[in-house]
Write a protein of this length. Structure first.
Length: 75
């Protein structure tokens, strides 16, 4: 098992305890593990996508939002 899956309480357990839906669960999952992976921004972009879906329910718009963020990312 990869190390970032063994750190602290699992994002899944946290999300279930707080009654989060799948979109918000994925936001927590990707943010929680991003610092433990080689490509941090990739997980942060996924978290942004799921947060945008939660807010807009428009997947095409979410793709555009993530692309815009990627263009302006620091690394």
């Amino acid at each position: 098992m990869v190390d970032h899956y063994r750190k602290g309480p699992s994002p899944r357990k946290f999300a279930m305890d707080w009654g989060l839906n799948p979109h918000l669960f994925n936001v927590i999952k990707y943010v929680a593990r991003c610092n433990h992976k080689q490509y941090k921004n990739q997980d942060l972009h996924k978290a942004i996508w799921y947060l945008a879906v939660e807010l807009t329910d428009d997947e095409e718009l979410c793709d555009e939002i993530v692309e815009l963020v990627k263009k302006h990312s620091l690394s």
